[in-house]
Design a protein around this ligand. Structure first.
Ligand SMILES: Nc1ncnc2c1ncn2[C@@H]1O[C@H](COP(=O)(O)OP(=O)(O)O)[C@@H](O)[C@H]1O
Ligand SMILES: N[C@@H](CC(=O)OP(=O)(O)O)C(=O)O
Length: 404
């Protein structure tokens, strides 16, 4: 199915189309790569979803954990799955071992198989759990992408694609969606960039008019730093969309920046859950204004340097094309690009593969950037975090100050 760009205008939620029956009752759940890493994970997830759908009201999981209302058990679900942890990297390395600078369409085709396989496996597990699970492909979800085939920008969502599939389906129906897959205007499958399964999940929530989207990941929610790098990082119970976009763009890959941007524009709350069996909501990303401090390391970004004016112009151009680029302040002669495949040498910039961007976000929204070597980045991040969250001299010994 090729999307008609004119029909798929930026978004009409299903509720606006008067198709409440298809939308209002569906849960939207996203399971990232880490959720599938442990043996038995697919079966555990399937059992959990069956339980959520069976109970019809706040599921046992919610009752026991005291999770907020609003995403409790309902009759039907859209489940977005990523490739199993490590699979997308493995596929990327396999392509590059043969062709160091591969055709982007071929690269996208190879990378997307990770999600395609996992949709099939997850569908099988859900059926074994007694549910009516329907595997979807890039042509079935109503997502229109444009730009580079391996890092396309999400341009529009046709809500009828998912609502039509759910309409009339009985309770216990689950649509299984491959994360990060879309069609371009000519009907070719494209990938919405790395870590874009979050984007597919938010898009599904928008299409169905679901107020919240639940994202299961191996982090204890949104933290004041990557807990893998900074063990003293604290979980933020609430984060507003704008703050989260800033955090994501500077390396907090726990949520995809564009996913949060779509969520902000359509007022979708993001409930960040830990992995099963706990599956507890640790953080909510929503509309309520918050002021958070955080230390962010762009561990996966490519650093490029050049003349400040060149860097500025390229950043504007890349951002207009949907790429995620950050100009390093204050000297403005470097930019960090989330797309590690794109080569800017032909545009007059020099790659700096040894460098990483460490950013301190202050509660007033101010950002402090530092470019350091990859080796030094964790220690620099820990020191910056200690400086921001240092207990005041008056604080009781041992009692950490609350996260701002
Ligand atoms: N500020 C942060 N808060 C929480 N997690 C973070 C943050 N910054 C980076 N991360 C990293 O994000 C990872 C989860 O994101 P991702 O790899 O996309 O998960 P998944 O595979 O579950 O989709 C965590 O393992 C954590 O290391
Ligand atoms: N193919 C994606 C899958 C994804 O979004 O992964 P995760 O949900 O684990 O961030 C990637 O690894 O780039």
């Amino acid at each position: 199915m090729a999307l008609n760009t004119e029909l798929a205008t930026e978004l009409t939620a299903a509720s606006d189309l008067g198709d409440e029956s298809a939308s209002a009752e569906a849960l939207v759940l996203k399971f990232g790569g880490a959720a599938f890493a442990a043996p038995g994970a697919h079966r555990r997830i399937a059992t959990y979803i069956a339980e959520r759908l069976r109970t019809g009201g706040p599921a046992a999981f919610d009752d026991t954990t005291g999770d907020p209302a609003g995403t409790s058990g309902r009759g039907r679900a859209v489940v977005v799955v990523s490739a199993v942890a490590g699979e997308t990297d493995r596929l990327s390395n396999a392509v590059r071992a043969v062709s160091p600078d591969p055709d982007r369409e071929l690269l996208a085709a190879a990378l997307m198989t990770g999600e395609t396989v996992n949709v099939a496996v997850m569908t099988a597990a859900l059926r074994d759990a007694g549910l009516t699970a329907l595997p979807l492909g890039p042509a079935d979800t109503g997502l229109l992408g444009a730009g580079e085939p391996h890092s396309a920008e999400l341009r529009a969502i046709d809500p009828s694609a998912l609502t039509a599939r759910l309409a009339g389906q009985p309770a216990g129906t689950v649509l299984v969606v491959p994360g990060g897959q879309a069609l371009d205007a000519t009907g070719h499958p494209v990938m919405l960039g790395r870590n874009s399964s979050d984007l597919s999940a938010i898009a599904a929530a928008i299409a169905l008019g679901t107020p919240a989207c639940e994202i299961f990941s191996d982090s204890p929610g949104i933290c004041t730093a990557d807990p893998r790098l900074v063990p003293t990082a604290r979980t933020l119970a609430t984060v507003d969309h704008d703050t989260m976009i800033t955090m994501s763009r500077h390396g907090a890959k726990v949520l995809h920046h564009s996913a949060v941007d779509w969520a902000r524009r359509h007022q979708v709350e993001i409930h960040c859950r830990s992995l099963l069996p706990e599956g507890r909501v640790h953080s909510i990303v929503g509309t309520a204004a918050t002021s958070a401090a955080a230390v962010l390391v762009h561990t996966h970004g490519a650093v490029w340097t050049g003349a400040a004016s060149l860097v500025h112009d390229l950043c504007v151009e890349l951002t207009a094309q949907g790429s995620d680029a950050v100009v390093v302040q204050p000297d403005r002669s470097s930019l960090v690009l989330a797309d590690t495949v794109r080569d800017l040498r032909g545009r007059g910039l020099r790659p700096c593969p040894e460098l990483r961007l460490v950013t301190t976000l202050f509660p007033d929204g101010r950002l402090e950037h530092r470019l350091v070597t990859a080796e030094d980045a964790p220690a620099v991040a820990r020191a910056a975090h200690d400086a921001v969250f240092r207990p005041s001299p008056l604080a009781t010994a041992g009692a950490p100050p609350p996260a701002p």
